[in-house]
Design a protein around this ligand. Structure first.
Ligand code: 13P
Ligand code: SF4
Length: 302
């Protein structure tokens, strides 16, 4: 492993590259990254970097967002097959149908979506800025939220606005059961339940804190409590184990909770794309400009 890490170090220097990793990546990928964070953090780091090459350790929609925000940079996706099932649950025809049913409504698009879908949306959001993005839309406008019905219903609850939802979801978060969380609370009294807004409403109703992956990590790092039930992908346990070695960290699901797409990135693949430029992400010209506009509107509000 040391040999491959040294190869990545050399290639990173030679190519003037940075490695951005989503917090759901494996521990070994997080450990070599220049930046580890949630979807918004990745977009912000990508927008700020002076590096010529960005390696995105994550899934396709994240790499596309980085490319859209940095059209002049080389963006490499080491895990070429890493998609997001939620992003695949919406397409442009479905958005057109929703718009026909609600003329004049503004379409807020979770970044977990293709560039083509972003291109037919008014503004993007991530899980950490979604409430701010929603607040930026005048109250008189109807809002269509795509594709995550869970994040969408969370926004409706928090804002009191009526939001038109579709039927997308993250299979990982959707599978977390409120009953399992209740059993764990009974087993470990005093534990706080920390949940991602991609979880279903029954589980969210039980949560002590709801936030994006980075927000969950920050909350846990600062909390005076010492036992936490974690309702998001297991990748967050890697930084948390370091930040809170004193705490009991309990994944809400004994067996699930791992996103196979997020675990496709390997050190070997990072070294390979840095060496041969395979896995370079391009966004087709036909929708790059409107997709970029939806992302830039988000960045302006964030
Ligand atoms: P955040 O990074 O915004 O917390 O979203 C989690 C996620 O599911 C990314 O795929
Ligand atoms: Fe998609 Fe869920 Fe995996 Fe995130 S955790 S990439 S939303 S399937």
């Amino acid at each position: 492993m040391q040999e491959i890490i040294e190869r990545i170090e050399r290639l990173r220097r030679e190519r003037d590259a940075i490695i951005l990793a989503h917090i759901y990546q494996t521990g070994e990928i997080q450990d070599i990254a220049d930046y580890v964070g949630d979807s918004l953090g990745l977009a912000c780091s990508a927008a700020k970097t002076q590096a010529k090459v960005v390696v995105l350790a994550g899934v396709r929609f994240m790499a596309e967002s980085v490319k859209l925000l940095n059209p002049e940079k080389t963006v490499l996706l080491p895990a070429w097959g890493a998609g997001c099932p939620m992003a695949d649950m919406i397409d442009t025809d479905m958005v057109a149908e929703l718009k026909r049913g609600h003329p004049g409504a503004k379409v807020v698009c979770y970044v977990n979506s293709s560039a083509a879908v972003k291109a037919v949306s008014d503004i993007c959001c991530t899980s950490s800025n979604a409430l701010r993005i929603l607040a930026s839309i005048p109250a008189e406008n109807e809002v269509i939220f795509i594709p995550d019905k869970n994040l969408g219903s969370y926004l409706a609850e928090k804002s009191g606005r009526r939001i038109i939802l579709c039927d997308g979801y993250c299979p990982i978060h959707q599978a977390f059961r409120a009953r399992e969380a209740e059993q764990l609370r009974a087993q470990y009294p005093g534990s706080l339940l920390l949940a991602h807004p991609e979880c279903g409403p029954e589980l969210r109703d039980l949560a002590d804190f709801i936030g994006s992956t980075t927000e969950i990590v920050d909350y846990c790092a600062r909390s005076p409590e010492t036992s936490f039930i974690i309702a998001t992908e297991r990748g967050v346990l890697h930084p948390l184990a370091r930040l809170r070695p004193d705490a009991r960290l309990i994944p809400v699901s004994a067996h699930g909770g791992t996103c196979p797409n997020m675990k496709m990135t390997t050190l070997e693949a990072i070294a390979r794309v840095l060496a041969d430029n395979e896995g370079e992400v391009q966004v087709p010209e036909e929708y790059a400009a409107p997709a970029r506009a939806a992302l830039e509107k988000m960045m302006a509000v964030s």
